[in-house]
Design a protein around this ligand. Structure first.
Ligand SMILES: [Zn+2]
Length: 67
C-alpha cells in the first residue's frame, strides 16, 4: 500500500527573508513576517524618495561659472 502518488510536492527552493535572512513564511512570502514586509515596503518608498531628491541635486545648472 503506497499512496505516495497523492503526496507529490514540488520541490520549491525556500528563499530566506530578504530582510533578516530567516526562513520565509507562507503568509508573508517572501518575507518571514509582516514586519519585515513592512520594512521592505518602507525602504522602497523612502528609497524612491531619496533617488528623486538625489536626481534633483545631481543637476547642477549653475556650474557654468567655472571661469
Ligand atoms: Zn525577516
Amino acid at each position: 500500500m503506497v499512496d505516495g502518488a497523492a503526496k507529490i510536492t514540488p520541490l520549491r527552493p525556500r528563499r530566506p527573508c530578504p530582510e533578516c535572512g530567516r526562513p520565509s513564511a507562507r503568509d508573508t512570502y517572501p518575507f518571514c513576517s509582516p514586519r519585515c514586509k513592512d520594512v521592505d515596503l518602507n525602504r522602497w518608498l523612502s528609497g524612491s524618495y531619496v533617488i528623486a531628491a538625489t536626481e534633483e541635486e545631481a543637476a547642477p545648472d549653475r556650474s557654468a561659472g567655472l571661469d
